[in-house]
Design a protein around this ligand. Structure first.
Ligand code: DC
Length: 229
């Protein structure tokens, strides 16, 4: 069967990664969470005094960016890939509110995007990959055979994020999370470099009222239509 490239873009916390991971596992493809890469750069910036309070030392980050290597390795316990920053597992650290609230300005920097896009394109050279993010169908893999753009209302996305954090025993009020979701939507859509937008040839999926199972079925169907053509 021919291998294809699958790009899944959309707003934050709309379940992109769940559907991307499940599809990758079902069809035996590599799964890459590109948001995790921007989160890892943000964590690096916080831990190395580059992101101090609200100020980013862009000169320092520009120098450091070539030494920031992000990779993914399967976690045998969860069966899903964990994110590694320069060889260290940072999967849990990059999901905290501290990183979530600082990742948008880092991901809006052109030189950060350039470095991440180059790493992402190298990961997808052989095809057989499902990558999710904001600019995968528009910038990273404009020739992807299957492109999906996922959306859901901000309230539903905030509720999903709230439930996720609670399940992990982390703090966060619903209002605070909703505010963060809306703020990130705004920055993601209005930044100068690679703003979040639907590629013209992407399929639109509003999953506000879909169960994970229904969404999974829909995606498998779209995949089948392309590989069996
Ligand atoms: O999908 P996520 O919430 O983990 O993404 C974290 C941040 O990274 C989000 O604010 C947008 C940004 N991002 C991006 O700019 N481009 C991508 N391809 C993926 C994520």
């Amino acid at each position: 069967m021919k291998k294809i490239t699958i790009a899944i873009d959309g707003f934050s916390s709309c379940g992109k990664s769940t559907m991307a991971k499940d599809l990758a596992r079902e069809v035996g493809y590599i799964y890459i969470d590109s948001g995790a890469m921007y989160r890892a750069v943000t964590l690096y910036s916080i831990e190395n005094g580059i992101f101090d309070g609200d100020v980013i030392d862009t000169e320092k980050l520009k120098k450091a960016i070539k030494d920031i290597q992000i990779s993914f390795r399967p976690n045998p316990e969860t069966g899903r890939p964990d994110t590694y920053l320069n060889g260290v597992n940072v999967e849990n650290k990059i999901r905290t509110m501290g990183v979530s609230s600082k990742v948008s300005p880092i991901s809006a920097l052109d030189f950060v995007r350039e470095a991440m896009v180059a790493q992402q394109q190298a990961m997808g050279k052989e095809k057989g990959i499902v990558m999710d993010g904001r600019d995968i169908g528009t910038t990273v893999f404009p020739d992807a055979e299957l492109k999906i753009f996922v959306t859901a209302t901000p309230e539903i996305r905030a509720q999903r994020r709230f439930d996720e954090l609670k399940a992990k025993g982390q703090e966060g009020s619903f209002e605070e999370i909703l505010e963060n979701v809306k703020q990130r939507d705004y920055i993601d859509q209005h930044r100068e470099v690679s703003p979040l937008r639907k590629a013209d040839d992407a399929l639109l999926l509003d999953n506000s009222n879909l169960s994970i199972e229904q969404q999974k079925e829909w995606l498998s169907e779209q995949f089948g239509k392309i590989v069996n053509k």
